[in-house]
Design a protein around this ligand. Structure first.
Ligand code: PLP
Length: 395
């Protein structure tokens, strides 16, 4: 069997077939539809004797190249791309669920996944049980005869909690209903972890983050066996929500540098997490799976190759001081999202959770002092210096 190397696959995989007019790179096929040469070709196409693109919503060569590359990078048979991470998640769930079905979701899932599963799916007669992340006993007990899907994330936002893939797949295999085990691996990325290798069935990515890596597009991906992806593709053909040819091209381009970026972001984040932990007169806690102080560090070492570019920390000061800290930053820019080349910092309490009351926020651990940093590709010394001068302003 061919040995796969991520650095080589990210540059070459999926593309050979699509080299047109001797171009080195895959072009952007900016077309809504495809032309058949004659009725003979139409007949051959309809009998599946001819591979031919038909209409833009059903696929595009630029999209196909990005899908093939990402499938290989994630260790799956096939991949399907979408207009956003949420389009990937919602389309996939709906492709496998019907009225009367039940799903299990871990509690600190991305807030829009949570909303979709707990507020939207019930309108279609689909029930969701929410279980505490890390409570495998509760998870196991919550599986019913009509449970079709277990969905979890790893690492999670903002505390970077980990799901134990091995335990999850054991639970799934031991259950009667054999639900699909789906992992949102956005925070992990295919550089650091491969949930499919641990027995998970499908992997989601918000390709908006590390995979594209330049904070310039929205995209989503689902990866798994050819059979499962085909089922989702047929459903996507009807629901739409596809990636545009231009975004597929930008993603394909971003994927070529993904392992190099990811390795650097892993290294920078670990360095900064260690330094932040030393600022204990101002910082109460640093959450980073690569730190021995992180509650899931042992699992992270077992399951991950690196620990990602996101660090969450708790500033031990009131809200006005935290705002002053943010306002003093010069290099780190205040914005949600993560995984891109620019270092971004976000204040979950006032950005992502502004619509929640203080009580609601605190119940889910979103306190005023909590800050999430996504390191970019700048020099680690410059990022740290910027953080230090801003922290100094609130000493
Ligand atoms: N999953 C996770 C873990 C995310 O953090 C996000 C977005 O932040 C999504 C899914 C949704 O992705 P998108 O914003 O590309 O729709």
């Amino acid at each position: 069997m061919k040995k796969h190397h991520l650095y080589t696959d990210s540059v070459h995989a999926g593309e050979g077939h699509f080299k047109y007019s001797d171009a080195l790179t895959v072009p952007i096929f900016q077309t809504a539809t495809y032309v058949f040469k004659n009725s003979h070709d139409i007949d051959k196409f309809s009998k599946k004797e001819l591979q031919h693109y038909e209409y833009g919503r059903y696929g595009n060569p630029t999209q196909k190249a990005a899908e093939k590359k990402l499938a290989i990078m994630e260790g799956g048979e096939d991949c399907l791309l979408f207009a956003s991470g949420m389009a990937a998640i919602t389309t996939t769930l709906l492709a496998f669920l019907s009225k009367g079905d039940h799903i299990v979701l871990t509690d600190d899932s991305y807030k829009k996944t949570y909303q979709f599963c707990t507020s939207e799916l019930p309108r279609f007669g689909i029930e969701t049980s929410v279980v505490e992340m890390g409570d495998y006993d509760q998870l196991s007990k919550s599986i019913r005869s009509n449970t079709k899907i277990i969905i979890s994330e790893s690492p999670t936002n903002p505390y970077l909690n980990l799901a134990d893939f091995e335990k999850l797949s054991e639970i799934k295999n031991a259950s009667i209903s054999k639900p699909l085990l789906i992992i949102d691996s956005t925070f992990g990325s295919p550089f650091n972890q491969h949930p499919l290798k641990w027995g998970c069935d499908l992997v989601f990515h918000s390709a908006t983050k590390y995979l594209s890596g330049h904070n310039d597009l929205l995209a989503g991906a689902v990866i798994g066996t050819a059979g499962l992806i085909e089922k989702i593709r047929i459903f996507q053909n009807a629901t739409g929500g596809i990636i545009t040819p231009h975004c597929a091209y930008l993603l394909l381009r971003g994927l070529k540098t993904f392992p190099v970026r990811m390795q650097r972001q892993n290294e920078t984040a670990l360095q900064i997490a260690v330094l932040l932990e030393k600022q204990n007169q101002l910082i109460k806690m640093v959450y980073y799976p690569g730190l021995p102080s992180h509650h899931d560090h042992e699992l992270a070492k077992r399951q991950m190759k690196g620990f990602g570019g996101v660090i969450t920390f708790l500033i031990d000061r009131p809200l006005d001081s935290v705002k002053k800290f943010l306002d003093h930053l010069k290099l780190c820019q205040i914005a949600p999202s993560f995984g891109g080349v620019e270092t971004l910092i976000t204040h979950p309490a006032s950005i992502s959770y502004y619509s929640y009351s203080r009580e609601e926020r605190e119940k889910i651990g979103i306190t005023d002092g909590l800050v999430r940093l996504s390191v970019g590709l700048e020099d680690p010394e410059d990022i740290m210096q910027d953080l230090q001068q801003a922290l100094h302003s609130i000493l």
